[in-house]
Design a protein around this ligand. Structure first.
Ligand code: ZZB
Length: 257
């Protein structure tokens, strides 16, 4: 699986143990949809996953899961070849509330917010959020907006959530320019715990978005998503705002007979 690893630069509420390192530090989010980065509103962290800060190339600090760091080490993304140099261990809860600058989005600063369905064994364990085109993101952001006790539980301030709205970036025939909110309404998805419905909604939006979606913003406005995905990935990696991150396919245990 090939992901685009988006470098979200920490610019606000930097945890002390990262600040003392005196280097540019990034939450690194793995995405399959680099062209949707125009619509980012926040990033997602699992509060009870343990993350690490490690030395990346060019004197930068990357924050990811330990497992992702090890994969990165074998892909030339760490300071020392084939090696992870851990400079801090940090819990997801400690990352919540960090403010970041991220490429392409129209929001100047985005915040790290809690999502309980993040998988530790996929990508970097950090997910960038595009509520316009990802049903999971739309519903998780809506949960945080509408449930004040949920915000309070994880120490999320109102200003990290309430001002952020889905941005129309892709037109999908039949689903309009906010395909995720539209499909969540259609399927009457109540919360991020509606796993089955969310999976179905995600599959539909993924497929329709990729094959029929048309870009509404940026230099590729008017072009089909399937034609520009690779292009946007290259534009981001060329300016060092992202890198390519590969993940070994999950081992499939085959059954015989
Ligand atoms: C931005 C984005 C915008 C995404 C979109 C999707 C969509 P898949 O097919 O299941 O591999 N993701 C990445 N890592 C994790 C994780 N550890 N736990 C949970 N979710 C994760 O899905 C890959 C997508 O799942 C990634 O692409 C990321 O969200 C999320 F408009 O990044 B995506 C219809 C989907 N639209």
């Amino acid at each position: 699986q090939e992901y685009t690893a988006i470098k979200m630069k920490i610019v606000k509420n930097m945890p002390e143990k990262i600040r003392v390192l005196g280097k540019p530090a990034f939450l690194v989010a793995a995405t399959l949809r680099p062209e949707t980065m125009y619509g980012q509103t926040n990033c997602w962290i699992h509060p009870s996953i343990n993350y690490i800060a490690h030395e990346a190339i060019n004197g930068e600090i990357f924050i990811t899961t330990r497992r992702a760091a090890l994969n990165m080490a074998y892909q030339g993304l760490t300071q020392n070849q084939n090696e992870v140099t851990i400079v801090a261990e940090i819990s997801g809860q400690e990352l919540i509330g960090i403010g970041m600058e991220s490429p392409l989005t129209s929001y100047q600063v985005l915040y790290a917010l809690p999502m309980l369905t993040i998988k530790e064994d996929k990508g970097t364990g950090i997910v960038t959020s595009v509520p316009s085109d990802s049903p999971d993101d739309f519903v998780a952001l809506r949960d945080l907006k509408t449930k004040q006790p949920f915000r309070q539980k994880f120490g999320v301030k109102d200003e990290m959530v309430l001002p952020f709205e889905a941005i129309p970036i892709v037109e999908v025939p039949g689903l309009g320019n906010l395909s995720a909110p539209t499909i969540c309404e259609k399927y009457k998805i109540q919360s991020q715990n509606d796993a089955d419905k969310l999976k179905e909604a995600k599959d539909i939006v993924y497929n329709k978005g990729f094959y029929d979606g048309v870009m509404l913003v940026g230099p590729h406005k008017g072009k089909k998503i399937s034609d520009i995905k690779k292009l946007v990935q290259k534009e981001l990696t060329d300016v060092n705002q992202a890198c390519i991150y590969m993940e070994p396919e999950k081992q499939v245990i085959s059954r015989s007979g």
